[in-house]
Write a protein that binds this ligand. Structure first.
Ligand code: CU
Length: 196
């Protein structure tokens, strides 16, 4: 009996694991990530406030959400192979606000600085000035993903980090190409989808 119960329990655990695997978000390569594996280079285009217009159109009110390619507050993570060159074209698509882009360490919500400054940039990677570029301006941000680990791609404008203007950025060993993972559990279903 004990053995049967044990096997049944194992079967339940296995089913649970299988379901968990099936539900886990799979990495995808959206149109705005272009891999060049031979050159160990990835080109990424990131638009700040990509969805501002769509949100306004739907509800006719300005939301508090400020986004990168339609994602915010860590509901998307970009994963990049270790030692690859990362070439980000950063465009401020906002109708009204300055934004910037900076590679930072990971912050818990409670420890986020009121404002990021240049010295918070990992590998010196940030668009200049940290206070943000004007609407419709663009900047090129090039760096090498030299150390595996978890980071943020954050906006250094005023309180934007605390306000959720950040996405995850992970440098990972043994990865064939860069990709993105959407964390659907952190993405409100009533919001328009992010950039495909
Ligand atoms: Cu911002």
């Amino acid at each position: 009996m004990a053995r049967c119960a044990h096997i049944a329990l194992l079967a339940i655990i296995a089913l649970g694991l299988f379901n968990g695997t099936a539900l886990a978000a799979e990495p995808l390569v959206p149109s705005w990530i272009k891999n060049a594996p031979a050159a160990k280079t990835v080109s990424i285009e990131i638009v700040a406030d990509w969805n501002q217009v769509e949100r306004y159109r739907r509800d006719n009110i300005r939301t508090d959400i400020i986004d990168f390619n339609g994602y915010w507050g860590g509901n998307l993570t970009i994963i990049v192979p270790t030692d690859w060159s990362v070439e980000i074209t950063f465009i401020n698509g906002s109708l009204s606000f300055r934004h910037s882009l900076m590679v930072t360490r990971v912050y818990a919500q409670s420890e986020m600085p009121v404002k990021l400054t240049a010295k918070d940039a990992i590998w010196g990677a940030y668009t200049d000035p940290p206070g943000g570029i004007q609407t419709n301006e663009r900047r090129q941000l090039n760096f090498v993903a030299q150390q595996a680990g978890d980071y943020f791609l954050a906006c250094a404008r005023q309180t934007h980090l605390m306000d959720g203007h950040w996405i995850g950025f992970e440098v990972r060993d043994n990865l064939n190409n860069a990709a993105a993972i959407v964390h659907n559990d952190k993405f409100p279903q009533d919001q328009p989808p992010g950039r495909p």
